[in-house]
Design a binder for this molecule. Structure first.
Ligand code: SF4
Ligand code: SF4
Ligand code: SF4
Ligand code: FES
Length: 378
């Protein structure tokens, strides 16, 4: 551990930590746009400059390693002037659409423009990057809001490892592109949406949140992804009891700031009107068990061959007691007829350890078989 001083506060931190990270971890907010604590340092935005005792010129705090005895100032008239000018430059190539922008309230550029009182650019604005791209069902790319911080490129390279995007062209023509500027869908993108999550502006947004509410309209609900055994922590942005979008919840989670495509975009089943919410029994079984008086026979055409089979044509709802009764009597019949090893139990990684423990107990001690397995994707 080494000790340094930031804004008069003595800070102890592991050697190798950069000054920006040390400040952020200790509740000192240095403005930053290109830095993300899970990605490599690019030093592109220059916003995080600080004054270091003994140095003539300010230095970028994300690019400076903490050293024993360093004395840092994160606020000064000179730094304010530098930051105001940098924000001014960003706004020279960024439309002032905050009043209608979906990202308002959670946009870092907006936050810093507000904090440093930059209402508009003093340069002649050139809004050149107007290529709105909605070439995939998951997120939109709106280059006019891109500040070229490169977070998306780095997350795709360093965390996801698919290198689907990179910088293209130069100057005002610079933009983030797939190879040959082709559609996202034709690139190596796996639609994990991690680039969307780390983007500080409205350049990348989930399709599901467009015009569905802004930061102050959304409630945050913590959850655990149910798709596999990793158990990634998820934060749902919710409005009027509907999920608007999902993002990784960084606090003490196994997944840190990141999610895969299923966790990030695969939540629409939660409000799907076809979602099963009670046990269902096939109509012919219901008739043979006396639950229904309708003498129904399975149609010759398999439901698998019907474009959109209606579950109500084949099944009737029953209460949980009835469902348990049917399942347990069928299990008893199978054991009597063919022995316990004719049964296999498949548990789920979505269950807790305790639930899975009880499930194997049921199979071994009650049914009498060791045929127990689980699938991480059940
Ligand atoms: S991306 Fe940010 S700064 Fe740009 S219009 Fe939207 S809220 Fe405003
Ligand atoms: S969605 Fe994932 S794979 Fe696709 S560009 Fe973004 S980070 Fe890369
Ligand atoms: S799309 Fe977003 S994350 Fe990528 S460079 Fe532009 S502003 Fe940064
Ligand atoms: S955050 Fe340090 S240069 Fe961008």
């Amino acid at each position: 551990m080494i000790t340094l001083t930031i804004d008069g506060k003595k800070i102890q931190i592991e050697e190798g930590t950069n000054v920006l990270e040390a400040a952020l971890r200790n509740g000192i907010d240095i403005p930053h746009l290109c830095y993300h604590s899970d990605l490599s340092v690019s030093g592109g935005c220059r916003l995080c400059q600080v004054e270091v005792e003994g140095y003539d010129q300010p230095v970028t705090s994300c690019g400076m390693a903490c050293a024993e005895g360093l004395v840092i100032q994160t606020q000064s008239e000179r730094l304010t002037a530098i930051r105001r000018n940098l924000i001014d430059i960003f706004l020279a190539d960024h439309p002032l659409d905050c009043v209608t922008c979906d990202k308002a309230g959670s946009c870092l550029l907006q936050k810093y423009a507000y904090e440093y009182g930059v209402k508009e650019t003093s340069y002649i604005p050139i809004y050149s990057k107007t290529l709105y791209q909605d070439d995939n069902p998951f997120f939109i790319r709106d280059h006019q809001y891109c500040i070229l911080c490169g977070r998306c490129v780095r997350v795709c390279d360093e965390i996801v490892g698919v290198h689907a995007i990179d910088f293209a062209n130069r100057g005002f023509e610079s933009h983030i592109a797939t190879p040959y500027d082709g559609p996202m869908i034709d690139s190596s993108c796996v639609f994990c949406g991690n680039c969307v999550e780390v983007c500080p502006t409205a350049a990348l947004l989930p399709v599901s949140r467009l015009k569905r509410g802004r930061e102050w309209d959304l409630e945050r609900v913590d959850s655990i992804c149910g798709y596999c055994g990793v158990g990634c922590k998820i934060e749902y942005a919710v409005k009027d009891n509907e999920i608007i979008y999902a993002q990784a919840s960084v606090q003490e989670s196994v997944n840190g700031s990141f999610l895969c495509t299923k966790g990030r975009y695969g939540w629409d089943f939660a409000v799907n009107p076809e979602r099963l919410t009670q046990p269902m029994v096939r109509r012919d079984l219901a008739y043979s068990l006396g639950i229904s008086t309708e003498n129904w026979r399975l149609p010759k055409v398999s439901p698998l061959d019907i474009d959109k089979p209606d579950v109500d044509d084949y099944f009737i709802p029953v209460d949980w007691e009835t469902a348990y009764e049917i399942v347990s009597s069928k299990l008893v019949d199978i054991v009597k007829e063919s022995g316990p090893d004719a049964i296999v139990g498949l548990a789920s990684a979505r269950c807790t350890n305790e639930e899975n423990y009880l499930f194997q107990k049921l199979m071994r001690a009650v049914i009498g078989t060791n045929n127990v397995d689980h699938c991480a994707r059940l």
